[in-house]
Write a protein that binds this ligand. Structure first.
Ligand SMILES: [Zn+2]
Ligand SMILES: [Zn+2]
Length: 141
């Protein structure tokens, strides 16, 4: 495990490493946190899970919808929307290019197929293209 990279504080590198390890898990499990022992790591997890529920992330989603519209990039649906992280590298200070708006159905379908990883840009683009083709040519469904 490489912990130190040039230009990154050890704390930031640790967080990235931690998240990378976390997202290698096939599913985010509710029982997983209880099995972690190191205090430091538990604090990092709390940071992530509290962020996802935070007003800051809610405001970030609203800002994203305001710029790009609150519709699924695949089906155009506007109900039950979420903003998907194509990359978690800038968690807490996401760039627009890290994010994409998806309906819950397509968001669930994505993670069912690809799981969860630190960086899922290539997978997200492939998924969107594949799903758009299915909508265009329903005979291939
Ligand atoms: Zn959709
Ligand atoms: Zn997602």
């Amino acid at each position: 495990m490489v912990l130190i990279k040039n230009g990154s504080s050890p704390d930031r590198v640790l967080r990235v490493e931690y998240r990378a390890a976390f997202f290698k898990r096939p599913r985010v499990s509710k029982i997983w946190p209880a099995r972690r022992k190191k205090k430091k790591r538990r604090q990092k997890r709390t940071h992530y899970s509290s962020y996802i529920k935070s007003n800051r992330w809610r405001d970030r989603r609203i800002a994203y919808y305001r710029t790009y519209g609150k519709t699924c990039i695949i089906c155009g649906g506007a109900k039950r929307m979420t903003v998907h992280h194509m990359s978690y590298r800038h968690l807490g200070y996401e760039h627009d290019a890290d994010l994409v708006a998806l309906c819950w159905d397509h968001h669930d379908a994505f993670h069912d197929e690809y799981g969860v990883k630190l960086d899922m840009k290539a997978e997200t683009v492939a998924f969107i293209e594949e799903q758009q083709q299915l909508l265009e040519f329903p005979q291939f469904r």
